[in-house]
Ligand binder design. Structure first.
Ligand SMILES: [Zn+2]
Length: 348
């Protein structure tokens, strides 16, 4: 009688303890999930800030490029004005030389000059007519010179104005570039924050994986094949890793499948990891009970979230090549109480 009571008490204590255990298990998993949700929320915030910054940077770059384009055009105009100025200068010098020569000839050697023309006049009327002609020639030369000098002056002014415009543009560009570099460093800071959050999320995900429900019994029977392709490009076991070149155990099977193919839950269970997971890239881990979990790695995207219950055959991700991967494939892994086992034994 006494022994029976003792056993009863023991059983009662045991049941109470088990109750407390599963309660504390549930609490810690849900706490961890809350923590993960909050990290993911922060990640979303930082990501959207980064997207906004990225488009600002793009706009700023377009502004800089536009300013540079305008500056290049201005420079071409400045160069053209420079060429025009040179040409006008040459014309002025030529005209000046012509005028000087004529005057020299006129006063010095006297053979072919205005004076000869005047002195060779046979009558007063011819003299007047010749004088008028000479005055016209002289006036014409003077007018041409004046026009050329005015043109020269205008061109110089135009070039100065262009140079001023260009220097103003150059100042605007400097301001735009300064703004751009500030945006770039903001983006860098956000990237660092995002990396930190990713690391934190990975850590919490692993913690959740560690809290896997070992009491739940697996009753799912055989697995279904997790993707549309049946080509195994690398089997479970020991091999030389294609990326690191290190002789290592391959923890799962690689199934060669194109980018964006559906990835199916091999069996029903609860999602314990959904998102970036170290070298596995975008991964999903499903807890099936009895300590059995499946992992689906290198996805381009995942379509489930931590804590979600999934049915066998449900689409959980889209295949890809994220993480440490040489090309699009699905890395499928089965763990029993955390140890890697050959996944092939779970299929028919
Ligand atoms: Zn693999």
């Amino acid at each position: 009688m006494k022994k029976k009571t003792l056993i009863s008490i023991l059983i009662f204590v045991l049941i109470a303890a088990m109750g407390t255990f599963s309660l504390s298990y549930a609490t810690s998993v849900s706490d961890k999930q809350d923590e993960l949700d909050s990290i993911n929320q922060q990640k979303d915030d930082v990501s959207s800030d980064m997207n906004a910054l990225t488009s600002s940077i793009k706009e700023q770059q377009a502004e800089i490029d536009k300013l540079q384009g305008t500056m290049d055009k201005k420079q071409a105009e400045i160069d053209e004005a420079e060429r025009d100025i040179e040409e006008t200068k040459r014309n002025i010098e030529e005209r000046q030389d012509g005028l000087d020569n004529r005057l020299r000839t006129m006063y010095k050697n006297g053979s072919v000059g205005f004076l000869d023309v005047l002195l060779g006049s046979n009558s007063i009327s011819e003299f007047i007519s010749n004088l008028e002609m000479i005055q016209r020639i002289y006036k014409n030369d003077q007018n041409t010179l004046t026009t050329l000098e005015e043109q020269h002056q205008e061109l110089e002014e135009k070039q100065t104005a262009l140079k001023n415009e260009k220097s103003e543009l150059s100042q605007q560009k400097a301001v735009a570039e300064e703004k751009q570099s500030a945006l770039q460093s903001d983006k860098k800071a956000l990237q660092a924050k995002l990396d930190e959050l990713n690391a934190e999320a990975d850590k919490v995900s692993s913690e959740i994986a560690g809290l896997q429900d070992h009491d739940k019994v697996y009753t799912g029977g055989k697995f279904i094949w997790p993707t549309t392709s049946s080509t195994i490009t690398s089997p479970f076991g020991f091999r030389i890793h294609p990326v690191t070149g290190v002789y290592t155990g391959h923890t799962g099977v690689d199934i060669g499948v194109g980018m964006g193919s559906p990835v199916y839950a091999a069996a029903s269970g609860r999602v314990i990891i959904a998102g970036p997971y170290g070298g596995y890239g975008n991964a999903v881990v499903i807890d099936h009970g009895s300590g059995i979990s499946t992992l689906y790695g290198h996805n381009s995207s995942v379509s489930v979230s931590v804590g979600q219950n999934v049915k066998q055959g449900q689409v959980i991700a889209s295949s890809g090549s994220t993480g440490i991967s040489t090309g699009p494939h699905l890395h499928f892994e089965v763990r029993v109480n955390g140890s890697y086992v050959d996944p092939m034994q779970y299929f028919n």
